[in-house]
Design a protein around this ligand. Structure first.
Ligand SMILES: Cc1ncc(COP(=O)(O)O)c(C=O)c1O
Length: 501
């Protein structure tokens, strides 16, 4: 076999430097420049690229920028790498995901250059040592998780190990509990309608696999949970945005969108929407349920955030409760209240499709881990206690972050959510992706709106997660304000939103 061409850092930097003067985050400009150089034949297929550090040095950018650019191109199928062989150029084939395929991964890349590549407790080698992370909408495990875990006895485990352990539908006692909770909350449910999943994330996949074929359209709120966008795109579907307002998804636009885009699914988060925190009013839920039945449009409602209640609000019943004959699937999770590390969620399907959901789950993995399910059940039995504990912890953090923003970033606007884990902020000017990248360099990670949007929309929005201790919020906002001072002045004095630092 011929030796591959090996690009040196300085030579490649010469090829690319001139292209790095446009708009948007630097890693993206670098990725685009590399791809265009491949398109023009300046970098032949099979060329081995210089190590990230060498290219970073030659271009005088951070290594994180090059890592993020290489990662983007790997996701899109333009680069491949193997330990010991380096990173080389290829062309995407049909199996590659397409340019926007990994929103959740990209989300981390777009906010400061790959800190999330490290394992727990290991900082990435060129990230600031003490990055304040306001980007991940998740909580550390409740102390009650540790307590319940430590309290499990051999007698608790013995009934599980006495069985061979393949239970695709999930532990009966857990399904009974979940079904009873739905019923108590106004959505009559039998245990046979519930399938336990490896997180709500897998629930999204199970429903997508049942319903979507390549080329299908899925209506999604914009912004939305980016993991759902990843799943829909993996199945070859095309997400179409449905705008939201301060009360949640704009149902007045829905019928028209259904007619125009002929969707196969509508994905919606009615309880404490991630990232906006809105609770969808009962009337809008009723409209969705009715449209679902009359148009035979399957709906996937995601209640993953539903138990993170911070203020006294009336939560209307799940959308499925408004029309028992509508094809509506409902997801739940233990991640946001208790701990994501258990990886336990569930999907409730309409009675006539529950068997199909179970079949898809069986093919996916033959069932979720039973010990986690037992832990989840014990925790769900103490849900109200954990909810009180979370509220006592998170509500002051939410209010603290809101007060810090009002004091140090008074031009930013947001609505205080009654639940969930984040503030959805609007910048008065500039571009949220650029600003998030700059904030990353000041040592604070936040998620820009386009990373949570279908069409790279919400360009002036940022998601700030308030789950961290108040000292971290203090430092995070101090850094954000510092970054904003320079950014805001620069963006006021230029026509297009181009980052000058
Ligand atoms: C709306 C929504 N759905 C699903 C998930 C994933 O939940 P799980 O950890 O249960 O897979 C998240 C996590 O951020 C979320 O915000």
């Amino acid at each position: 076999m011929d030796e591959p061409i090996r690009e040196s850092g300085p030579h490649l930097a010469d090829l690319l430097r001139d292209a790095l003067t446009g708009d948007g985050p630097l890693y993206r400009q670098l990725a685009d420049a590399l791809r265009q150089a491949v398109d023009r034949g300046e970098i032949p297929l099979g060329t081995v690229l210089p190590p990230e550090r060498a290219l970073a040095r030659a271009l005088a950018v951070s290594r994180a920028t090059v890592v993020a650019a290489y990662d983007r191109l790997k996701t899109d199928g333009w680069l491949e790498s193997r330990q010991g062989s380096g990173t080389w150029v290829r062309t995407p084939d049909e199996g590659d995901a397409g340019s926007d395929a990994v929103a959740t991964g990209r989300l981390f890349l777009s906010v400061g250059g790959g800190e999330q590549r490290s394992g727990p407790g290991e900082p990435a080698d060129d990230a600031p040592a003490d990055v304040v992370d306001l980007s991940v909408a998740a909580v550390t495990g409740s102390p009650i998780v540790n307590e319940v875990l430590a309290s499990l006895t051999p007698e608790d485990i013995a009934p599980l190990t006495a069985h061979h352990g393949y239970v695709p539908q999930g532990l009966r006692a857990l399904r009974d509990h979940v079904a009873q909770r739905f019923t108590d909350d106004g959505l009559p449910t039998g245990a046979e309608q519930v399938v336990v999943t490896t997180g709500a994330h897998q629930g999204i996949s199970l429903v997508a696999r049942q319903l979507l074929r390549p080329g299908d359209t899925v209506l999604v709120e914009s912004p939305t949970f980016p993991g759902a966008l990843d799943v829909f795109r993996r199945f070859g579907a095309r997400p179409v945005p449905v705008p939201v307002d301060e009360h949640g998804v704009r149902v007045d636009l829905l019928e028209d969108l259904i007619v125009r885009s002929d969707p196969r699914l509508f994905y919606v988060s009615p309880h404490f929407h991630n990232p906006t925190g809105t609770v969808l009013p009962a009337e809008r839920r009723a409209v969705i349920a009715e449209l679902s039945r009359t148009r035979r449009l399957p709906v996937l409602e995601d209640l993953a955030m539903a138990d993170v209640v911070l203020d006294d609000v009336d939560l209307p019943p799940a959308i499925a409760a408004y029309d028992p004959d509508a094809p509506i699937h409902t997801l739940g999770s233990t991640a946001k209240l208790f701990w994501a590390g258990m990886r336990v969620g569930w999907v409730r399907s309409p009675a006539d499709t529950a068997a199909r959901t179970l079949a898809v789950k069986t093919v996916a993995d033959l069932g979720s881990p039973l010990v986690s399910q037992l832990l989840a059940l014990r925790l769900l039995e103490r849900r109200e206690e954990v909810q009180a504990e979370r509220r006592a912890e998170l509500r002051p953090r939410r209010d603290h972050l809101a007060a810090l923003l009002a004091e140090h970033l008074p031009e930013w606007s947001f609505t205080l959510p009654a639940g969930g884990l984040s503030l959805w902020c609007t910048l008065p000017r500039g571009n949220a992706e650029e600003f998030a990248e700059l904030a990353g360099r000041h040592g604070v990670t936040v998620v820009p709106g386009p990373a949570l949007s279908v069409d790279e929309g919400n360009r002036r929005a940022l998601r700030l997660v308030f789950a961290s201790p108040t000292a971290d919020l203090d430092e995070g906002v101090r850094r954000l304000a510092q970054a904003w001072t320079g950014y805001s002045a620069a963006s006021e004095h230029r026509p297009a939103s181009r980052l000058l630092v």
